[in-house]
Every structure is written in C-alpha cells, then in structure tokens.
Write a protein that binds this ligand. Structure first.
Ligand code: F6R
Length: 260
C-alpha cells in the first residue's frame, strides 16, 4: 500500500485526479469505479477542469458507482444519481449508456444486485476504484462487521453513518436506513484502488485502515489485502498515522512521484 500525505484538500484532490488520468491515458476504455460523498468532490472538479481545459477524453470510459440509498428516486437531490450528474457526469463526455449506478428504487433488490455484479464482469472488471472512508471505517456502505468477501447487496446503515450523513438532509429521520452497495469483495476485485480522505474526523479511521489489524470492524482495513492500493490524505486525516516518516520517505524517493 502506498500512503501519500498532502498539505491540504486541494493538493490531495489533484494527486488523486492524476492517478485517474494515468489510468485513462493508458487505457482509454478503462472501467472506473466511482464514489460519492463530500471527499471526492475536489477530484471530480479537477477531472472536469482537465476535460474542459486540457482535452481529457472520457468518451470510451465506463463507470460503476459504489452505492445508492434505497428509496430515493434518481431526481432526489440527495440521491447518488443526482450527485453524480450534478458534480461530474453532466460536465464530461462519458456516454450515458456507459454509466452504471445502483438502483435505489428497483422492485427486486437481490436480482438487481446480481445483475450489477454480472455487468461489472461483462465490462471486464473495474480498472480503478475510487474510495472514500466513513468515520466508522466503512468503504462504500460496508458497515462494521460486513463480510470482507461480501458482494453487491442491500445493507442497513449504521447509526454513525446516519448521523454523519444527516448533514445532507433536512431532518435526521429523512436519511434512508438502507443502501445498495458493492461488497468489500467486489471492491477488492478492482485492479487498482485509490482512497481519498480529508479532515480530522477521518484521522482515526485512516490510521485503523492503514495501520490497524485487518478486521470487519473497519471494512476499509480490507485494502491491506490489495496489491495496488494508494491512500491519499491531507495533513489532518494523516494526523494519527504512526509510520508517517516512512510514507514520506518512500514518496520522496519515487522518481515519478508527482510534486507540486
Ligand atoms: C459513498 C461512499 C461512502 C463515503 C463515505 C465518506 O459512495 O462510498 O463510503 O465515501 O461515507 O463520505 P464523505 O466523503 O462524505 O465523508
């Protein structure tokens, strides 16, 4: 695992966007796994800028989002369909038919989840999965005690996640209790993982995920099993890492490491 510590959110977002660009430049028809939440916003803004100002071409890319709230229609302002359209898809040239986001309103969730897994496989698997991390250590909506080999399925949100996400809704009671989410196993099948985290509220979860024991109590710790995972954090999210000097030493020694 590589850990990249950045001075602030903006630099973190730029470093993460460079990894996406490298993947797409190497493989123009790459399959990208997308995350929502507030953390990847800067990364999406940078990709939009690169598309508009520096001819980043995403016309052959296919995307799969990690998760969606159950019960929210696509046009609900807090749905992840809406989030992705507003912040990313409407600003870039990914063909509509190449965009896949779990349905929050299907009439048959198990069948949908199975289809979603099959669709990922039919597209050749995910080349690069973007991840955030919850303050309870979740990846996607794989809450504590989720199986580390889980696949796409319905999941009940933890109290902590409902509290964290209440800021986006008018009332706490409006936060959906269920989500449809890729499993930890689905995520680990991606060929490359990039996790972004910012702010002191994430410091403990990042330290547990990167340096703690592998445990379903912190599903993000499963990235320790991945052969190509990069964790990109800002100063505040790095605050509880004990091996910081080592991560900085490795990064500084990399000839190709992006510097700004
Ligand atoms: C969203 C997702 C979640 C978020 C996490 C952090 O697609 O997968 O795991 O990444 O809840 O959210 P923010 O970035 O809002 O703190």
């Amino acid at each position: 695992m590589e850990v990249v510590i950045n001075r602030d959110y903006e630099q973190m977002s730029k470093v993460a966007s460079q990894i996406v660009v490298e993947v797409v430049n190497t493989k123009p028809n790459a399959v990208l796994g997308m995350a929502t939440g507030s953390t990847p916003l800067g990364l999406y803004q940078e990709l939009v800028r690169l598309h508009k100002e520096e001819q980043l071409d995403l016309s052959r890319v296919t995307t799969f989002n990690l998760d969606e709230y159950v019960g929210l229609r696509m046009d609900h302002p807090q749905s992840y369909h809406y989030f992705m359209r507003e912040h990313f898809f409407q600003h870039v040239n990914i063909p509509r038919q190449n965009i896949n986001i779990p349905s929050g309103t299907t009439s048959n969730y198990p069948a949908f989840c199975e289809w979603y897994e099959q669709r990922i496989a039919q597209c050749g698997g995910i080349d690069l999965q973007i991840l955030g991390i919850g303050s309870d250590g979740h990846i996607a909506f794989n809450e504590p005690t989720s199986s580390l080999s889980s696949r796409t399925r319905l999941k009940t949100l933890s109290k902590q996640t409902i509290d964290d996400n209440a800021r986006f809704f008018e009332r706490r009671e409006d936060v959906p209790v269920y989500a449809i989410t890729m499993g930890v196993g689905t995520i680990l099948d991606a060929r490359k993982l990039v996790m972004v985290a910012s702010g002191k509220a994430k410091a403990k979860a990042i330290a547990q995920a990167v340096e703690g024991p592998l445990t379903s109590m912190v599903t993000a710790s499963a990235i320790q099993l991945h052969r190509d995972a990069t964790v990109i954090v800002d100063e505040q999210a790095a605050a509880e890492l004990t091996m910081r000097d080592y991560y900085e030493f490795i990064y500084a020694a990399e000839p190709a490491a992006p510097r700004s």
